[in-house]
Design a protein. Structure first.
Ligand code: SAH
Length: 242
């Protein structure tokens, strides 16, 4: 198994720092327009209704979370490769999973699989405190730096095996797993508060079902939403590293 801290590094493009002011404003306006269209067509058009989720995704500069912020399809209707063989999820999947969490603004949320940090930013806009766990130190560092640049002081990026949850800050009102899980890892259930919700892609390596788990009166109920495909969760309660 390769060391999770080490993987090929894609340099961030800093060309935006060399541009003139006017050009930068033009570019910001173009990106805003791309976001507006993304929200209209990909999210609202497909049934995402939570106004807070829609507004957050219209605000957050998704392109800043990519290895190349000038990526022409940063707001495209598909996942995009990151370094370390990982991907940032399709905007619709981010919106759907976030909507399923039913955030009101007061929650403490755990995310498993920081990746680019984009989903963490969406959570940070909609909840009180976000803990996000990533197994690759390099991805965690990159995500941490963008989240800091954008002023998200309520996100804590942790390097570790998220299949064990993150006991240090438990319990959580909500847990979101953004890597494919072969099972509902027992630590997630024990770290979830009474009345809490857990959203995860559950299944085998090549295809999963998006599942919403609720914990009420000590009882666990499970609702299946739709098919999905995520990169594998690698760890104690996930798959073995490759
Ligand atoms: N939410 C991310 C996308 C996640 S891709 C975003 O918004 O960009 C899935 C991520 O889960 C990858 O970065 C992968 O390295 C990470 N991952 C896989 N297994 C993990 C584990 N056991 N603990 C923590 N992170 C894990």
């Amino acid at each position: 198994m390769p060391s999770p801290g080490a993987c090929s590094h894609i340099m961030r493009d800093d060309s935006k720092f060399r541009r003139g002011r006017g050009e930068e404003n033009e570019e910001a306006a173009a990106r805003r327009e791309e976001r507006r269209r993304m929200v209209e067509r990909q999210l609202r058009g497909r049934g995402i209704k939570d106004p807070r989720v829609l507004a957050a995704m219209e605000r957050i500069p998704r392109h800043r979370f990519l290895p190349n912020p000038d990526h022409p399809a940063a707001y495209g209707d598909h996942p995009i490769p990151l370094s370390c063989g990982q991907t940032i999820s399709q905007p619709y999947m981010v919106a759907l999973m976030t909507e399923c969490l039913r955030l009101t603004g007061d929650e403490r949320v755990l995310e498993i699989g920081t990746g680019s940090g984009y989903q963490a930013a969406v959570l940070a806009e909609l909840a009180r405190e976000v803990y996000t766990v990533e197994r690759f130190a390099e991805l965690a560092a990159q995500a941490r730096s963008v989240l800091e640049e954008l002023g998200y002081g309520n996100v804590h990026v942790v390097v570790g095996d998220g299949s064990e949850g993150y006991a240090e800050a438990a319990p959580y009102d909500r847990i979101i797993v953004t890597a494919a899980a072969p099972e509902i890892a027992p630590p997630w259930l024990s770290q979830l508060k009474e009345g809490g919700r857990l959203v995860l892609p559950l299944g085998d390596r090549w295809g999963q079902t998006l599942v919403v788990v609720t914990k009420r009166g000590g009882k666990i109920t499970q609702e299946s939403l739709c098919g999905c495909v995520f990169v594998p969760l690698v760890g104690k309660h996930g798959w073995r590293g490759e």
